[in-house]
Design a protein around this ligand. Structure first.
Ligand code: F0G
Length: 455
Protein backbone atom coordinates (compact mmCIF):
# COMPACT_ATOMS: atom_id res chain seq x y z
CA UNK A 1 0.00 0.00 0.00
CA UNK A 2 1.21 3.50 -0.80
CA UNK A 3 -0.62 5.18 2.08
CA UNK A 4 1.32 5.18 5.30
CA UNK A 5 -1.39 5.90 7.83
CA UNK A 6 -1.12 7.08 11.42
CA UNK A 7 -0.56 3.80 13.31
CA UNK A 8 -2.86 4.76 16.20
CA UNK A 9 -6.49 5.52 16.96
CA UNK A 10 -7.49 8.71 18.73
CA UNK A 11 -8.97 8.26 22.19
CA UNK A 12 -8.85 11.80 23.49
CA UNK A 13 -8.90 14.99 21.45
CA UNK A 14 -8.04 18.66 21.84
CA UNK A 15 -10.18 20.95 19.72
CA UNK A 16 -8.46 23.43 17.38
CA UNK A 17 -10.11 26.85 17.31
CA UNK A 18 -10.56 27.78 13.66
CA UNK A 19 -9.75 31.46 13.11
CA UNK A 20 -10.33 33.77 10.15
CA UNK A 21 -7.61 35.44 8.15
CA UNK A 22 -8.65 38.90 9.42
CA UNK A 23 -8.39 37.68 12.98
CA UNK A 24 -4.94 36.25 12.38
CA UNK A 25 -3.71 39.45 10.71
CA UNK A 26 -4.76 41.30 13.87
CA UNK A 27 -3.31 38.67 16.23
CA UNK A 28 0.15 38.61 14.65
CA UNK A 29 0.25 42.42 14.60
CA UNK A 30 -0.63 42.43 18.33
CA UNK A 31 2.21 39.92 18.81
CA UNK A 32 4.63 42.40 17.17
CA UNK A 33 5.01 39.97 14.27
CA UNK A 34 6.86 37.49 16.48
CA UNK A 35 5.14 34.05 16.49
CA UNK A 36 6.74 33.26 19.89
CA UNK A 37 4.51 35.97 21.36
CA UNK A 38 1.25 34.44 20.09
CA UNK A 39 -1.07 32.62 22.48
CA UNK A 40 -1.03 28.98 21.44
CA UNK A 41 -4.84 28.71 21.41
CA UNK A 42 -4.81 31.29 18.61
CA UNK A 43 -2.65 28.93 16.52
CA UNK A 44 -4.34 26.30 14.32
CA UNK A 45 -1.31 24.12 13.53
CA UNK A 46 1.56 24.62 15.92
CA UNK A 47 4.88 23.60 14.39
CA UNK A 48 7.06 25.77 16.61
CA UNK A 49 8.75 22.72 18.07
CA UNK A 50 8.57 18.95 18.45
CA UNK A 51 9.82 19.33 22.01
CA UNK A 52 7.43 18.27 24.76
CA UNK A 53 4.47 18.80 22.43
CA UNK A 54 3.78 15.18 21.46
CA UNK A 55 0.77 13.09 22.44
CA UNK A 56 1.25 10.54 25.20
CA UNK A 57 -0.25 7.10 24.67
CA UNK A 58 -2.98 5.48 26.76
CA UNK A 59 -0.26 3.24 28.22
CA UNK A 60 1.77 6.29 29.23
CA UNK A 61 -1.23 7.91 30.94
CA UNK A 62 -1.88 4.62 32.73
CA UNK A 63 1.77 4.57 33.83
CA UNK A 64 1.35 8.10 35.21
CA UNK A 65 -1.05 6.67 37.80
CA UNK A 66 1.69 4.29 38.97
CA UNK A 67 4.03 7.18 39.72
CA UNK A 68 5.54 6.84 43.19
CA UNK A 69 6.39 10.28 44.53
CA UNK A 70 8.79 9.18 47.26
CA UNK A 71 11.68 11.59 47.71
CA UNK A 72 14.28 8.83 47.67
CA UNK A 73 14.42 5.39 46.10
CA UNK A 74 11.13 5.51 44.20
CA UNK A 75 10.35 2.40 42.12
CA UNK A 76 9.40 4.83 39.32
CA UNK A 77 13.05 5.84 39.13
CA UNK A 78 14.22 2.26 38.87
CA UNK A 79 11.74 1.57 36.05
CA UNK A 80 12.98 4.70 34.27
CA UNK A 81 16.62 3.76 34.82
CA UNK A 82 16.02 0.23 33.49
CA UNK A 83 14.25 1.60 30.39
CA UNK A 84 17.15 3.95 29.61
CA UNK A 85 19.73 1.25 30.26
CA UNK A 86 17.86 -1.23 28.09
CA UNK A 87 18.53 1.04 25.10
CA UNK A 88 21.85 2.63 26.05
CA UNK A 89 23.62 0.41 28.57
CA UNK A 90 25.21 3.42 30.34
CA UNK A 91 26.20 2.78 33.94
CA UNK A 92 24.91 5.94 35.59
CA UNK A 93 21.55 7.48 34.66
CA UNK A 94 20.96 10.91 36.16
CA UNK A 95 17.45 12.32 35.65
CA UNK A 96 17.02 16.04 34.93
CA UNK A 97 14.01 18.23 34.21
CA UNK A 98 15.03 18.64 30.57
CA UNK A 99 17.95 18.38 28.19
CA UNK A 100 19.54 21.72 28.92
CA UNK A 101 19.80 20.89 32.63
CA UNK A 102 21.83 17.78 31.70
CA UNK A 103 24.02 20.02 29.53
CA UNK A 104 24.50 22.52 32.36
CA UNK A 105 25.69 19.73 34.68
CA UNK A 106 27.98 18.23 32.01
CA UNK A 107 29.65 21.55 31.24
CA UNK A 108 29.99 22.48 34.90
CA UNK A 109 32.48 19.58 34.82
CA UNK A 110 33.81 19.69 31.27
CA UNK A 111 33.49 23.37 30.40
CA UNK A 112 35.39 26.38 31.67
CA UNK A 113 37.62 29.12 30.23
CA UNK A 114 40.05 27.91 27.59
CA UNK A 115 38.21 24.65 26.91
CA UNK A 116 36.94 23.75 23.43
CA UNK A 117 34.17 21.31 22.60
CA UNK A 118 33.60 19.97 19.07
CA UNK A 119 30.26 18.60 17.82
CA UNK A 120 28.73 17.99 14.40
CA UNK A 121 26.56 21.03 15.25
CA UNK A 122 25.82 22.20 18.76
CA UNK A 123 22.17 22.87 19.44
CA UNK A 124 21.70 26.42 20.77
CA UNK A 125 21.20 25.45 24.44
CA UNK A 126 24.29 23.22 24.24
CA UNK A 127 26.34 26.07 22.83
CA UNK A 128 24.75 28.41 25.39
CA UNK A 129 25.82 26.17 28.28
CA UNK A 130 29.33 25.76 26.85
CA UNK A 131 29.76 29.50 26.40
CA UNK A 132 28.24 30.34 29.79
CA UNK A 133 31.00 28.21 31.36
CA UNK A 134 33.62 30.25 29.48
CA UNK A 135 34.41 27.49 26.97
CA UNK A 136 34.02 27.56 23.18
CA UNK A 137 32.02 25.25 20.92
CA UNK A 138 32.96 24.21 17.38
CA UNK A 139 30.65 22.85 14.65
CA UNK A 140 32.48 20.34 12.45
CA UNK A 141 29.69 18.83 10.35
CA UNK A 142 30.57 17.62 6.80
CA UNK A 143 30.30 20.27 4.08
CA UNK A 144 27.23 18.55 2.58
CA UNK A 145 25.45 19.27 5.85
CA UNK A 146 25.59 22.98 5.08
CA UNK A 147 24.24 22.65 1.55
CA UNK A 148 20.40 22.59 1.55
CA UNK A 149 20.34 20.87 -1.85
CA UNK A 150 22.90 18.12 -1.24
CA UNK A 151 21.26 14.68 -1.26
CA UNK A 152 23.90 13.06 0.96
CA UNK A 153 22.09 10.36 3.02
CA UNK A 154 23.83 11.32 6.28
CA UNK A 155 24.16 15.09 6.21
CA UNK A 156 24.59 15.14 9.99
CA UNK A 157 27.92 13.27 9.84
CA UNK A 158 30.93 14.61 11.68
CA UNK A 159 33.73 15.67 9.33
CA UNK A 160 36.42 13.30 10.59
CA UNK A 161 39.29 15.20 8.93
CA UNK A 162 38.17 18.45 10.50
CA UNK A 163 37.83 16.70 13.86
CA UNK A 164 41.34 15.22 13.66
CA UNK A 165 42.85 18.60 12.80
CA UNK A 166 40.86 20.18 15.62
CA UNK A 167 42.13 17.60 18.11
CA UNK A 168 45.72 18.03 16.81
CA UNK A 169 45.49 21.79 17.09
CA UNK A 170 43.72 22.12 20.44
CA UNK A 171 44.82 18.89 22.18
CA UNK A 172 44.56 19.41 25.93
CA UNK A 173 41.93 22.14 25.61
CA UNK A 174 39.38 19.58 24.39
CA UNK A 175 37.61 17.85 27.32
CA UNK A 176 35.29 15.68 25.20
CA UNK A 177 33.98 15.07 21.70
CA UNK A 178 30.24 15.33 21.05
CA UNK A 179 27.88 14.29 18.30
CA UNK A 180 24.19 15.23 18.05
CA UNK A 181 21.72 12.69 16.65
CA UNK A 182 19.89 13.75 14.61
CA UNK A 183 21.62 17.04 13.83
CA UNK A 184 18.80 19.41 14.77
CA UNK A 185 20.52 22.70 14.00
CA UNK A 186 21.52 21.27 10.61
CA UNK A 187 17.98 20.28 9.60
CA UNK A 188 17.28 17.11 11.60
CA UNK A 189 19.74 15.27 9.40
CA UNK A 190 20.98 11.84 10.52
CA UNK A 191 24.45 10.62 11.43
CA UNK A 192 25.44 7.19 10.11
CA UNK A 193 26.35 4.34 12.44
CA UNK A 194 29.72 4.15 10.71
CA UNK A 195 30.33 7.85 11.40
CA UNK A 196 29.26 7.50 15.05
CA UNK A 197 31.71 4.61 15.44
CA UNK A 198 34.49 6.46 13.65
CA UNK A 199 33.94 9.60 15.75
CA UNK A 200 34.03 7.49 18.91
CA UNK A 201 37.23 5.78 17.75
CA UNK A 202 38.90 9.13 17.02
CA UNK A 203 37.89 10.46 20.44
CA UNK A 204 39.35 7.33 22.04
CA UNK A 205 42.57 7.65 20.03
CA UNK A 206 43.05 11.11 21.56
CA UNK A 207 41.94 9.96 25.02
CA UNK A 208 38.75 12.05 25.06
CA UNK A 209 35.34 10.95 26.36
CA UNK A 210 32.74 10.68 23.60
CA UNK A 211 29.33 12.13 24.49
CA UNK A 212 26.21 11.75 22.33
CA UNK A 213 23.41 14.35 22.43
CA UNK A 214 20.77 11.69 21.86
CA UNK A 215 17.53 13.73 21.69
CA UNK A 216 16.30 12.05 18.49
CA UNK A 217 18.14 8.73 18.71
CA UNK A 218 15.22 6.63 17.43
CA UNK A 219 14.62 8.82 14.37
CA UNK A 220 18.37 8.62 13.70
CA UNK A 221 18.26 4.81 14.00
CA UNK A 222 15.36 4.67 11.53
CA UNK A 223 17.46 6.51 8.93
CA UNK A 224 20.37 4.15 9.59
CA UNK A 225 18.08 1.16 9.03
CA UNK A 226 16.76 2.64 5.78
CA UNK A 227 19.91 4.09 4.30
CA UNK A 228 23.04 2.39 5.63
CA UNK A 229 24.47 -0.70 3.98
CA UNK A 230 24.06 -3.82 6.09
CA UNK A 231 21.61 -2.26 8.58
CA UNK A 232 18.27 -3.00 6.92
CA UNK A 233 17.67 -6.31 8.71
CA UNK A 234 18.49 -5.14 12.21
CA UNK A 235 15.89 -3.99 14.71
CA UNK A 236 15.77 -0.34 15.78
CA UNK A 237 16.66 -1.41 19.31
CA UNK A 238 19.79 -3.20 18.07
CA UNK A 239 20.86 -0.15 16.07
CA UNK A 240 20.21 2.21 18.98
CA UNK A 241 22.30 0.02 21.30
CA UNK A 242 25.07 -0.11 18.72
CA UNK A 243 25.13 3.72 18.47
CA UNK A 244 25.47 4.20 22.23
CA UNK A 245 27.89 1.29 22.69
CA UNK A 246 30.83 3.44 21.57
CA UNK A 247 29.98 6.44 23.77
CA UNK A 248 31.06 7.32 27.30
CA UNK A 249 27.90 9.22 28.06
CA UNK A 250 24.92 11.08 26.69
CA UNK A 251 22.75 14.13 27.24
CA UNK A 252 19.08 13.74 26.51
CA UNK A 253 15.96 15.80 26.18
CA UNK A 254 13.20 13.29 26.93
CA UNK A 255 10.77 15.81 25.38
CA UNK A 256 11.76 14.36 22.01
CA UNK A 257 12.41 10.65 21.53
CA UNK A 258 11.09 9.54 24.93
CA UNK A 259 7.56 10.83 24.23
CA UNK A 260 7.66 13.06 27.30
CA UNK A 261 6.03 16.42 27.88
CA UNK A 262 8.98 17.13 30.18
CA UNK A 263 12.17 15.35 31.18
CA UNK A 264 15.77 14.61 30.38
CA UNK A 265 18.85 12.83 31.62
CA UNK A 266 22.60 12.79 31.74
CA UNK A 267 24.18 9.35 31.39
CA UNK A 268 27.82 8.58 32.17
CA UNK A 269 30.02 5.52 32.52
CA UNK A 270 32.74 7.12 34.61
CA UNK A 271 32.13 6.64 38.36
CA UNK A 272 33.93 9.76 39.57
CA UNK A 273 32.25 12.00 37.04
CA UNK A 274 28.87 10.56 37.87
CA UNK A 275 29.44 11.29 41.58
CA UNK A 276 30.38 14.89 40.81
CA UNK A 277 27.35 15.18 38.53
CA UNK A 278 25.05 13.83 41.24
CA UNK A 279 26.44 16.38 43.66
CA UNK A 280 25.54 19.12 41.21
CA UNK A 281 22.16 17.50 40.61
CA UNK A 282 21.28 17.58 44.31
CA UNK A 283 22.12 21.29 44.42
CA UNK A 284 20.22 22.26 41.28
CA UNK A 285 17.62 19.66 40.27
CA UNK A 286 16.86 17.23 43.07
CA UNK A 287 17.78 13.96 44.73
CA UNK A 288 19.41 11.46 42.30
CA UNK A 289 16.34 9.21 42.10
CA UNK A 290 14.10 11.96 40.75
CA UNK A 291 16.33 14.80 39.48
CA UNK A 292 14.00 17.49 38.24
CA UNK A 293 11.06 15.13 37.71
CA UNK A 294 8.08 13.72 39.51
CA UNK A 295 7.62 9.96 39.83
CA UNK A 296 4.76 10.09 37.33
CA UNK A 297 7.02 11.79 34.75
CA UNK A 298 9.60 9.04 35.20
CA UNK A 299 6.90 6.40 34.62
CA UNK A 300 5.65 8.13 31.47
CA UNK A 301 9.20 8.26 30.10
CA UNK A 302 9.89 4.60 30.91
CA UNK A 303 6.83 3.63 28.87
CA UNK A 304 7.66 6.20 26.13
CA UNK A 305 11.04 4.53 25.65
CA UNK A 306 9.29 1.23 24.92
CA UNK A 307 7.05 2.88 22.30
CA UNK A 308 9.63 5.05 20.54
CA UNK A 309 11.46 2.14 18.89
CA UNK A 310 8.26 0.87 17.22
CA UNK A 311 8.93 0.65 13.50
CA UNK A 312 5.37 1.37 12.40
CA UNK A 313 5.47 4.58 14.40
CA UNK A 314 8.88 5.58 13.01
CA UNK A 315 7.83 4.84 9.43
CA UNK A 316 4.80 7.15 9.81
CA UNK A 317 6.84 9.75 11.72
CA UNK A 318 9.57 10.10 9.12
CA UNK A 319 7.13 9.85 6.21
CA UNK A 320 5.20 12.93 7.41
CA UNK A 321 8.23 15.09 6.67
CA UNK A 322 9.27 13.47 3.41
CA UNK A 323 5.65 13.67 2.15
CA UNK A 324 5.52 17.43 2.73
CA UNK A 325 9.05 17.98 1.40
CA UNK A 326 8.24 16.08 -1.83
CA UNK A 327 5.07 18.10 -2.40
CA UNK A 328 6.73 21.46 -1.67
CA UNK A 329 9.65 20.53 -3.90
CA UNK A 330 7.24 19.61 -6.71
CA UNK A 331 5.63 23.07 -6.60
CA UNK A 332 9.03 24.75 -6.72
CA UNK A 333 9.48 25.75 -3.08
CA UNK A 334 13.13 25.38 -2.04
CA UNK A 335 13.32 22.95 0.87
CA UNK A 336 16.18 21.26 2.65
CA UNK A 337 16.57 17.84 1.04
CA UNK A 338 16.37 15.06 1.86
CA UNK A 339 13.75 15.61 4.54
CA UNK A 340 15.03 15.48 8.12
CA UNK A 341 13.58 13.45 10.95
CA UNK A 342 11.48 15.90 12.94
CA UNK A 343 10.95 18.92 10.76
CA UNK A 344 10.58 20.41 7.31
CA UNK A 345 12.95 23.26 6.55
CA UNK A 346 12.10 25.85 3.90
CA UNK A 347 14.99 27.83 2.41
CA UNK A 348 13.46 31.31 2.67
CA UNK A 349 16.55 33.10 1.32
CA UNK A 350 16.39 31.13 -1.91
CA UNK A 351 12.59 31.42 -2.13
CA UNK A 352 12.38 35.19 -1.54
CA UNK A 353 15.50 36.55 -3.25
CA UNK A 354 13.87 40.01 -3.35
CA UNK A 355 14.20 40.26 0.47
CA UNK A 356 17.73 41.02 1.65
CA UNK A 357 18.92 38.59 4.38
CA UNK A 358 19.26 41.57 6.73
CA UNK A 359 15.52 42.17 6.26
CA UNK A 360 14.76 38.61 7.41
CA UNK A 361 13.16 36.60 4.60
CA UNK A 362 12.52 33.73 7.05
CA UNK A 363 10.52 36.04 9.29
CA UNK A 364 8.47 37.14 6.27
CA UNK A 365 7.63 33.50 5.50
CA UNK A 366 6.72 32.61 9.07
CA UNK A 367 4.45 35.65 9.51
CA UNK A 368 2.76 34.90 6.17
CA UNK A 369 2.21 31.24 7.16
CA UNK A 370 0.35 32.41 10.23
CA UNK A 371 -1.69 35.07 8.44
CA UNK A 372 -2.66 32.77 5.58
CA UNK A 373 -3.14 29.50 7.42
CA UNK A 374 -2.80 29.88 11.19
CA UNK A 375 0.41 27.83 11.05
CA UNK A 376 3.15 28.65 13.54
CA UNK A 377 6.71 27.96 12.37
CA UNK A 378 10.04 29.33 13.50
CA UNK A 379 12.68 31.35 11.65
CA UNK A 380 16.14 29.80 11.89
CA UNK A 381 18.33 32.35 10.22
CA UNK A 382 19.42 35.95 10.54
CA UNK A 383 16.88 36.81 13.26
CA UNK A 384 18.21 33.93 15.36
CA UNK A 385 21.92 34.18 14.59
CA UNK A 386 22.50 37.57 12.91
CA UNK A 387 23.23 39.72 15.95
CA UNK A 388 26.98 39.86 16.65
CA UNK A 389 28.49 40.22 20.15
CA UNK A 390 29.40 43.86 19.33
CA UNK A 391 25.76 44.63 18.43
CA UNK A 392 26.32 44.72 14.66
CA UNK A 393 24.31 42.60 12.25
CA UNK A 394 25.49 39.91 9.79
CA UNK A 395 23.49 37.52 7.59
CA UNK A 396 23.38 34.01 9.08
CA UNK A 397 24.76 31.07 7.04
CA UNK A 398 21.20 30.27 5.89
CA UNK A 399 17.73 31.77 6.27
CA UNK A 400 15.50 28.79 7.00
CA UNK A 401 11.99 28.38 8.33
CA UNK A 402 11.45 25.27 10.44
CA UNK A 403 8.15 23.43 10.65
CA UNK A 404 8.72 20.92 13.45
CA UNK A 405 6.17 18.18 13.94
CA UNK A 406 4.95 17.25 17.41
CA UNK A 407 4.92 13.44 17.77
CA UNK A 408 1.61 11.60 17.13
CA UNK A 409 -0.30 14.89 17.21
CA UNK A 410 -1.30 15.88 13.68
CA UNK A 411 -2.70 13.76 10.85
CA UNK A 412 -2.37 13.45 7.10
CA UNK A 413 -5.12 16.03 6.48
CA UNK A 414 -3.17 18.55 8.56
CA UNK A 415 -0.20 17.81 6.31
CA UNK A 416 -2.34 18.35 3.18
CA UNK A 417 -3.66 21.60 4.63
CA UNK A 418 -0.07 22.82 5.26
CA UNK A 419 0.81 22.06 1.63
CA UNK A 420 -2.26 24.01 0.45
CA UNK A 421 -1.25 27.03 2.54
CA UNK A 422 2.17 26.91 0.88
CA UNK A 423 0.53 26.78 -2.56
CA UNK A 424 -1.39 29.95 -1.73
CA UNK A 425 1.71 31.55 -0.34
CA UNK A 426 3.66 30.71 -3.51
CA UNK A 427 1.10 32.68 -5.53
CA UNK A 428 1.71 35.88 -3.53
CA UNK A 429 5.31 35.44 -2.45
CA UNK A 430 6.63 38.30 -4.56
CA UNK A 431 4.44 40.72 -2.61
CA UNK A 432 5.97 39.71 0.75
CA UNK A 433 8.02 42.43 2.40
CA UNK A 434 10.95 42.32 4.77
CA UNK A 435 10.95 43.23 8.47
CA UNK A 436 12.84 45.54 10.79
CA UNK A 437 13.53 44.76 14.47
CA UNK A 438 12.23 47.58 16.69
CA UNK A 439 13.26 46.07 20.05
CA UNK A 440 15.59 43.23 20.99
CA UNK A 441 17.49 41.65 23.83
CA UNK A 442 21.23 41.19 23.51
CA UNK A 443 21.19 37.39 23.83
CA UNK A 444 18.80 34.95 22.13
CA UNK A 445 16.78 37.89 20.85
CA UNK A 446 14.53 35.79 18.61
CA UNK A 447 12.32 34.65 21.50
CA UNK A 448 11.18 38.13 22.48
CA UNK A 449 12.13 40.70 19.84
CA UNK A 450 9.54 42.96 18.22
CA UNK A 451 9.24 43.52 14.48
CA UNK A 452 7.71 46.04 12.11
CA UNK A 453 6.97 45.21 8.47
CA UNK A 454 8.66 47.41 5.87
CA UNK A 455 6.17 49.36 3.83
N1 F0G B 1 19.80 19.12 22.13
C1 F0G B 1 19.07 19.14 21.02
C2 F0G B 1 19.59 18.50 19.77
C3 F0G B 1 17.79 19.74 21.02
O1 F0G B 1 17.05 19.73 19.90
C4 F0G B 1 17.30 20.33 22.22
C5 F0G B 1 16.01 20.99 22.26
C6 F0G B 1 18.12 20.27 23.37
C7 F0G B 1 19.36 19.66 23.28
C8 F0G B 1 17.67 20.87 24.67
O2 F0G B 1 16.68 20.11 25.25
O3 F0G B 1 14.69 21.62 25.34
O4 F0G B 1 14.82 19.57 26.77
O5 F0G B 1 16.23 21.53 27.26
N2 F0G B 1 15.39 21.35 21.22
C9 F0G B 1 14.07 22.00 21.14
C10 F0G B 1 13.77 22.38 19.72
C11 F0G B 1 13.85 23.09 22.12
O6 F0G B 1 12.76 23.07 19.49
O7 F0G B 1 14.49 21.98 18.81
P1 F0G B 1 15.54 20.74 26.20
Amino acid sequence: MKTIFEPFRIKSVEPIRVTTRDERVRLIREANFNPFTLHSDDVMIDLLTDSGTGAMSAAQWAAVMKGDESYAGSPSFFRFEAAVQNLTNFKHIIPTHQGRAAEAILFSMMGGPGRRIPNNTHFDTTRGNIEASGAEGADLVIDEGLDPQSLHPFKGNMDLDKLRSYLDEHGDAVPCVMVTITNNAGGGQPVSLKNIHATGALAREYGKPFIIDGCRFAENAWFIKQREAGQGDRSITEIVRDCFSVADGMTMSAKKDAFGNIGGWLALNDNDMAETARGHLIRTEGFPTYGGLSGRDLEALAQGLVEIVDEDYLRYRIRTNSYIVEKLDAIGIPVVKPAGGHAVFVDARAWLPHIDPLLYPGQAVSVALFELGGIRAVEIGTVMFGRQPNGSEMPAAMDLVRLAFPRRTYTQSHADYIIEVFEELAAIKNSLKGYRITWEQKLMRHFTCKFEPLS
